[in-house]
Design a protein around this ligand. Sequence first.
Ligand SMILES: [Fe+2]
Length: 230
Amino acid sequence: METLFTVTDAAPGTRRHTQRVIGELAQSIRERDFITYQHCRRVAIYANRLARQMGWQRAAARELALAGLVHDLGKTWVRNEVLLKPARLSESERETIEKHPVTAAQLLWAFDMPDLILDAVLSHHERWDGAGYPQRLAGMAIPLGARLLSVADVFDVITTDRPYKAAMSVPEARERIHEGAGGAFDPTVAGAFTTLLDARRDFRLTAYVGAEAPDELWRAHDSGDQLSPA
Ligand SMILES: [Fe+2]
């Protein structure tokens, strides 16, 4: 019988293993909901650029990007009537959706993913002012990676067409991020993001991001590195 899998050096705890697990989980998002999958890919790239802009080492920035790639993994557990509902959600439907960061973090925990990834995914809907979810953390109590992911996530959501909302222009989105400093967002992170937007006119990615494997994704989009401290 043909073997389906080959044993490699990707032992648990290695970066290679992390990348492989995240890659497979991202594929499961793709199978379930292509729109969310594309959103995750753009958020991964934005998060990578933002982390580099803030002086993160390349390896840490890439790990954060892996978190971006699966940050909405928990939505694959939400049934279609709720996930794809083209109308206002009821209270209980909203509660169901709001479980997605916890669901994702539990899955990632079961796969022994690094803390940076777990924390960023679990807390990507927390707000600087404490009005987010699931734990209503505020300020510096929110893991830094989550504070970055949150800005990258919101930027992508508002600059993309949604069933009931047309995409904002980049200047409008820049304004929204700027206004959100101290409310939704860590002011330092929001500031770094607007600086990045100002420095790079082609910052916004097209709706479809082509490359497949995570390492191809970085290679194709690491050009943002030249804007940031080495
Ligand atoms: Fe989310």
